[in-house]
Ligand binder design. Structure first.
Ligand SMILES: [Zn+2]
Length: 496
């Protein structure tokens, strides 16, 4: 256990000691420095998750949301009215269909049932547009916090989206919660959605935010940040000097728990596969944090909380019914290993992520033809049955060409042609030393089929977006029917 004490309090006590020691009739200094009696010390437990990404259901890696709550009860002693604070680091609902098809409504309902107290505003909270975000804010029984999102001033549609901070009282401890959102948000979000917003550097907003929650009487300061651990480590000296005790992170899904400059920096992985438990002892008489410890805990499949489980079951039934939803119409089937199919999928990815130059995936991922007649969600799922997500990577032109020529990989490509010459769709020839942004699936990113993307770009961005979702969105956007079938919109040309 690592013990820390807020610096201002130590300074104050030393000053008091100095005064009293020189004064006549003063009692022994020990009584003066004793910061508290036992009755003013409160224990507080933070249960922390981040990047839930809609993974409410149990699977081979995770007990899901209902399993998590049951585990909190059995392993962490969690009770609703106990000294527990349930917090999220943001990116709550973009992920599998059960969440994304319902604009995150299902996931927020699940998180309400899990009794979350607050969440950081993540970049993916913006993905489905400002109106969807407003709907989720209205639905959530907990605030989405961010102190570094600023409206550019004139655009009222995007202002007042996030609350910078709150003071939340639990078991007599006043916890100041300050939100931060990754400054990478403009790089990874559709520009039109966040056009009215600025994402201010963390260090520029933290001092004011701390002053505000302190003025509101906070005993403990917790930064709830949708920010990678590496950046939080850099922020730790400033946070420590301001008296921050815990910084919860996210965005990068690597689990992390470390005390940095006396600040507990925690990241719970993602997809509800893990959580972090933080134990705090706080003297509410003096505001001193007497101790802080943190531990990463797994959430393997197991028993499920019935109440949260019922919410998930309800949405599972709806999602199964939704598979019959018709999203377009096709006159002639699209063969699974045809140029039309490869182009449809890679072009759809690039339409969803216009900042990327190229999209690459593997032939083996296409499992069925798209049959003629009404196109349903189920038929798209049948073409791409694996639960993959998109990665946004940056590689050189030489690495791009090497990937396309890899003999085991079976690369198919969008955004460029490789017919003897390597030329991007905008006419630029691929230059060996120039860096390009490329969309790939997570299976290929991690080396599936022999691709070397993880070696080329170890710091790639995991968008967490289901790889089928852009394809569904692309088909929907064409508004096809028997009179104007999807066939009219397909690019059947060979690119390799
Ligand atoms: Zn994120």
């Amino acid at each position: 256990m690592r013990r820390i004490q807020s610096v201002p309090l130590v300074v104050l006590l030393l000053a008091l000691m100095g005064c009293q020691l020189g004064a006549p009739q003063a009692g022994p200094p020990a009584t003066l420095v004793a910061p508290s009696t036992d009755s003013s010390v409160r224990e507080l437990v933070i249960l922390y998750t981040n990047d839930e990404h809609g993974w409410m259901e149990a699977n081979s890696r995770s007990g899901g949301a209902a399993g998590m709550v049951e585990r909190w009860r059995s392993e962490e002693g969690y009770v609703e009215d106990g000294p527990y604070l349930i917090l999220s680091g943001g990116d709550m609902w973009i992920g599998p269909a059960i969440s994304t098809w319902y604009d995150g409504e299902s996931m927020v309902e699940v998180m309400n049932a899990m009794n979350y107290d607050a969440a950081a505003m993540g970049n993916h909270e913006f993905d489905l547009g400002i109106q969807v975000l407003r709907d989720r804010l209205a639905q959530a029984e907990f605030p989405f916090l961010s102190a570094n999102i600023r409206s550019k001033g004139i655009d009222e549609t995007t202002s007042h989206l996030a609350i910078p901070s709150i003071v939340h009282e639990v078991s007599g401890v006043r916890v100041g919660l300050i939100g931060l959102t990754t400054t990478a948000t403009p790089r990874v979000t559709m520009p039109r959605v966040i056009a009215g917003l600025e994402f201010v550097p963390y260090q520029d907003v933290l001092p004011d935010a701390v002053s505000r929650v302190k003025a509101e009487g906070a005993d403990v300061l917790v930064v709830l940040a949708h920010v990678c651990a590496e950046e939080l480590r850099e922020l730790a000296p400033l946070a420590a000097s301001l008296g921050v005790t815990v910084m919860g992170g996210g965005h990068c899904h690597q689990p992390y728990t470390e005390i940095v400059n006396g600040v507990a920096v925690i990241v719970g992985g993602g997809y509800l596969t893990h959580y972090v438990r933080v134990d705090l002892a706080v003297d509410v008489a003096t505001g001193a944090v007497l101790s802080v410890t943190s531990q990463l805990r797994p959430n393997p499949p197991g028993a499920a909380d019935p109440e949260v489980g019922a919410v998930i079951d309800h949405w599972r039934v709806k999602a199964d019914e939704a598979l019959n939803t018709i999203i377009g119409y096709l006159n002639r089937p699209i063969q699974r290993h045809s140029d039309a199919m490869f182009n449809l999928v890679t072009d759809a990815w690039l339409e969803a992520y216009p900042a990327a130059d190229v999209a690459i995936t593997n032939r083996g991922g296409f499992r069925q033809d798209l049959p003629a007649g009404p196109v349903t969600l189920a038929s798209v799922v049948a073409v791409l049955p694996f639960d993959n997500v998109l990665y946004d990577i940056e590689i050189t032109g030489a690495q791009l060409v090497e990937s396309l020529n890899c003999s085991t990989c079976g690369a198919v490509v969008g955004g460029m042609t490789a017919l003897g010459r390597y030329v991007l769709d905008d006419g630029r020839p691929v230059d060996p030393t120039t860096h390009y942004r490329v969309l790939v699936n997570d299976f290929n990113y991690e080396g599936g089929n022999g691709f070397r993307f993880a070696q080329y770009d170890p710091a790639a961005y995991n968008t967490a977006v289901d790889w089928r979702q852009p394809v569904i969105d692309w088909i929907l956007a064409r508004r096809t029917g028997p009179d104007d079938p999807l066939d009219n919109y397909l690019d059947t040309s060979a690119r390799q």
